[in-house]
Design a protein around this ligand. Structure first.
Ligand code: GUN
Length: 300
């Protein structure tokens, strides 16, 4: 079998076009321009690229965008003060503090300071709780993107065995929560799981989010399964010469694509969905802050 490629890049373009329509309607009918503030501290090269991309796409869908760049040695108090200002800023409906933060800053303190009403990452304890019990609000961006791709590929997910490999607060745990809501039978596996290969082999849906390059092999995959690869890992590409690198996922794409029914590539799979879902969440929070019902097609 050769798997169908799940084209996240094209899906995300379509999603951004729909978001642009919702933004236009919010402006025209309600005088509301959704605003997203992104805060980056220091110079992590990966984060800088990611944050610039976010700012560019925010403007492209018609939203108001603010970017705050603090130096590597910024104090925790400075970051907390900035977040508090943004909490009080009526032009801002979404606040994203790019992680990781430099060592002197406690990410949990920063996250807890973000107003849950503007928490477009769905990182605050209040947002995580809302997601858990099914109250309206933002949904973690990467898991939301994965769910949209799964629904688009499979239709109903009811009754399917889903294995999430990875138990992070950012991806693994909220992903499992969303799959449970879809009536999947969900297993959360991780680096300490005994005989991980056989656990993955039982899955109709595999979501790989462990951050280990090429860990999940084709012979771990049940024939016909749908594979969502969240991993973005940079590894040496020796065939291209000394010092060259390439991006790979947590799944060994070549061998897995020969067995799976459908699979996301890296890059061009889940990555573009994360930013599109961040924009979707900003429309959701802008709607809720203004007492409006958020668009149904942007939240599960
Ligand atoms: N760093 C890597 N991914 C993310 C994300 O989705 N949100 C934030 N805030 N930081 C990140």
């Amino acid at each position: 079998m050769t798997a169908r490629i799940i084209d996240g890049k094209t899906y995300a373009e379509g999603l951004r076009a729909r978001i642009a329509g919702h933004v236009e309607r919010l402006k025209r009918e309600h005088g509301v321009t959704p605003g997203l503030a992104v805060v980056i501290v220091g110079h992590d090269p990966g984060s800088e690229i990611y944050v610039s991309q976010k700012a560019k796409l925010t403007v492209e869908v018609g939203m108001h965008s603010e970017k705050y760049e603090l130096p590597e040695d910024a104090s925790e108090a400075e970051v907390l003060a900035l977040v508090r200002n943004l909490n009080d800023d009526p032009d801002i409906h979404g606040i994203l503090v790019q992680l990781p933060l430099p060592r002197q800053i406690d990410p949990n303190k920063v996250i807890a300071t973000i107003s849950p009403d503007k928490d477009v990452d769905c990182f605050t304890p209040a947002s995580v709780g809302k997601l858990q019990i099914g109250l309206p609000g933002p949904v973690s961006c990467t898991p939301l993107g994965c769910l949209m791709l799964l629904r688009d590929t499979l239709g109903s997910l009811e009754g399917l065995n889903a294995v999430v490999v990875g138990r992070s607060n950012l991806v693994g745990k909220p992903m499992a929560q969303l799959l449970l809501r879809e009536n999947c039978t969900v297993t959360i596996a991780h680096s300490r799981t005994k005989d991980l290969a056989s656990v993955v082999r039982g899955a109709d849906i595999v979501v790989a989010a462990v951050g280990r390059p090429l860990m999940i092999k084709g012979d771990w995959i049940k024939p016909g399964a749908t594979v969502i690869d969240v991993g973005i890992n940079r590894i040496p590409a020796l065939e291209r010469g000394e010092g060259k690198t390439r991006l790979v996922g947590d799944v060994d794409y070549q061998s897995a694509a020969a067995v799976a029914g459908a699979i996301t590539p890296v890059p061009g799979g889940v990555g573009p969905m994360t930013i599109a879902c961040l924009l979707a969440n900003t429309v959701t929070t802008a709607s809720l802050i203004n007492g409006l019902v958020p668009p149904e097609d942007l939240t599960p």
